[in-house]
Design a protein around this ligand. Sequence first.
Ligand SMILES: [Mg+2]
Length: 229
Amino acid sequence: MYPLAEHVCLFDIDGTLLNSGGAGQWAMEQALEEVFGVTGPYEDIPAAGRTDRAITVDLFAHHGLDYSESNLEPFQAAYFRHLPAALAGRDGRVLPGIYDVIAALHRQEQLELGLLTGNYRIGAELKLKHYQLHEPFTFGAFGDEHLDRDDVARLAYAEACRTLNREVHPQQVWVIGDTPADIRCGRAIGARVIAVATGLYSYPQLAAARPDHLFHDFSKSAELLTLFH
Ligand SMILES: [Mg+2]
């Protein structure tokens, strides 16, 4: 029998758990160059808070490439191949307090940890494994299939119910992320939202998007943990 989780935490990855030092973007650029022989810059294509599928659609459109299986498949394969070296070579890091927070949440039996990320599933796994952060997360929803983060949130909510084998009340679900898109997607599923200003968006910018709770970072982990009692 599964222990009844009273809370489900859905964590974003980039800007929330870790900063890959641009490894993801670099690996995508390497993949575009290797597979299609095209190069950037790509400053006009935003990435924060978006799904990898949406970013890929924009990158392909930028170069006039068809968004087809025959283009997507080799691109993804090259991206996943370049990502580990990019993670090892770039100046990435796990964000302040995250190891402590995740370990503390993981110890709580009444709490289930999942992922709600725009990353491709394999990309997410590579990033988390590189930083030894993958283990506590028992389920997740990823950016492979959807353009809109709200749809990834709906998928994450369904996965939470499936994993716990019961209907989880949306107010027992917490979405934790670093962009206004994270806050919006949390609202889309009726969840509570915790924003953290460790990504591209400043504290005031996130405050304007009205999360339930807002942190500069998670270095004082106790403050975050008190929310789940
Ligand atoms: Mg993020």
